[in-house]
Design a protein around this ligand. Structure first.
Ligand code: ADP
Length: 465
């Protein structure tokens, strides 16, 4: 990541810099040469006009023209050759070709009225211009001015500029590199610390420590989500540990009681039959309790394992509720708890009968278990075009607000002693929630401590695969 950022910074900084330097230098050179060409061309024009009124082209004698030619060649440090229409060299500022004939393709072309664009030879740094000498009136081409000028001065300015630009670019590149190194470090530091924290936690040190990063929004969010996840994992781990100790404790308690009961029977001689019966009844109760815990555990494991294994049939939900209530009424009667059933309409829905019965039974059993003597439990059934709703309210002890989020967790019990007393395993609501979710439904709890609780269940009428 850091290397990547570094590379991006450098590419973003150095590439445009080099590009602009290159473009700048070339533009300068082009512009300087064009300026030179137009200056020479205008001088050539003046010179060519002078030839109109002079006999120089025929006689080769006119000091004014001669001086002008020499001056021009001096100014631009170049060579000027003048030929007449017969290609005879009238004047050569280098005095090499005078009197000779200059037979060059471009000169002939120029004399015959052809194209005379300047040639810039980049290799030798020479500029060659051929300018026709035209008669003002007859427009006849009387000769040509051939000018060769060096562009080395421009080149040397360009070279010194280039050296300077390279120097600046290098300094800037170093600055960009230092800046990029520093900032990529700052940007990746929080990520590195996230990684380090994760590594530390993976190694098993300090799960509670979490990650704390401030400053960068996105990374802050990552660390928050991560902490959230760790918290959940921590909770799961705690609940798993609690589960293991709970299960062993729960499973051991009935066995210990059974052993105590059996031992005391064995130790007594001539035990009356009534006492035998009484003790055996107690033993049966303990066995039932053991059985319940094992069954609850098994149904939970089974639900987890066979999440997709639903036996869906169209069920009359009114009948299903009535059956459950019929089975639970005797238990409620023991505490003198009234069970009220309200059905607003007949409801037929696609459900897994066994699983849903288990889920709803758990809710009603809880409403009875965590109730007061002479209390009430109200079960109501309603539906709209999409869902059916089961509402289970009770007049019981209620659930403290801080516990309401946790009651659906496995083995969570608000009051462990009371739950055990009433045969609770802490698994009931976990099973219920699981089943409702498998039906693509939802469950919500509203409760006030000391006043009672209401569980609202919502399940689609048609099973959604
Ligand atoms: P348990 O086997 O202990 O009843 P559940 O999973 O069914 O386990 O319930 C979890 C805990 O939620 C219970 O121990 C109890 O503290 C609380 N609880 C559940 N239903 C009710 C209710 N209707 N009124 C008050 N407390 C409830």
């Amino acid at each position: 990541m850091r290397m990547y950022l570094l590379l991006v910074f450098i590419i973003l900084g150095v590439v445009p810099l080099s590009f602009f330097s290159f473009v700048l230098l070339n533009t300068f050179e082009e512009k300087a040469i064009n300026n030179r060409i137009s200056a020479i061309q205008s001088q050539g024009n003046v010179l060519s006009n002078k030839f109109n009124t002079s006999v120089y082209l025929t006689t080769g004698e006119d000091t004014e023209v001669e001086e002008e030619v020499t001056r021009l060649s001096d100014i631009y440090s170049g060579r000027i050759v003048i030929v007449n229409s017969n290609l005879k060299v009238i004047k050569d500022t280098y005095s090499l070709e005078e009197g000779k004939y200059l037979i060059a393709e471009d000169v002939i072309k120029c004399l015959s009225g052809g194209d005379n664009t300047p040639v810039n030879d980049k290799k030798t740094h020479y500029l060659r211009l051929i300018y026709p000498i035209t008669h003002n009136e007859s427009k006849e081409i009387m000769g040509a001015i051939i000018m060769n000028f060096s562009t080395k001065d421009i080149q040397s300015i360009r070279d010194s500029m280039e050296r300077r630009v390279v120097l600046y670019a290098l300094t800037l590149a170093i600055l960009i590199f230092v800046f990029a190194f520093y900032f990529s470090g700052i940007l990746t530091k929080p990520l590195t610390s996230v990684v380090n924290s994760i590594d530390r936690m993976t190694d098993g040190y300090n799960m509670e420590e979490g990650i704390s990063i401030k400053g960068y929004n996105e990374i802050e969010k990552i660390s928050d989500s991560f902490n959230h996840m760790i918290n959940r994992m921590q909770k799961l781990e705690n609940s798993r540990q609690e589960f293991v100790s709970n299960v062993s404790h729960e499973l051991k308690t009935p066995i210990t009681s059974i052993k105590v009961l059996a031992d005391s029977l064995l130790m007594q001689e001539d035990t009356p039959v009534e006492l035998y019966r009484e003790f055996l009844l107690d033993i049966t109760e303990e066995i039932e309790r053991e059985n319940k815990i094992i069954n609850d555990l098994l149904s939970l494991v089974k639900l987890d394992k066979t999440a997709g294994d639903m036996h869906i049939t169209a069920m009359n939900i009114n009948e299903l509720l009535e059956q459950i209530l019929k089975r639970l009424t005797p238990i409620a009667k023991k505490q003198n708890i009234d069970i009220i059933y309200e059905s607003f309409r007949p409801v037929i829905a696609e459900v897994d009968e066994v699983k849903l019965s288990l889920a709803i039974s758990n809710l009603i059993e809880n409403a009875i278990k965590y109730n007061i003597v002479d209390g009430w439990v109200r079960v109501s059934l309603n539906a709209d075009h999409k869902y059916f709703f089961i509402k289970i309210s009770d007049s019981g002890i209620g659930i403290p607000e801080e516990a309401q989020d946790s009651i659906f967790e496995r083995f969570y019990r608000v009051d462990k002693a009371r739950s055990r007393e009433t045969g609770g395993t802490g698994l009931g609501l976990a099973i219920t929630k699981n089943v409702i979710q498998m039906h693509r439904g939802a469950i919500k709890v509203y409760s006030k401590e000391g006043e009672g609780s209401t569980f609202n269940v919502r399940i689609p009428l048609n099973y959604i695969v």
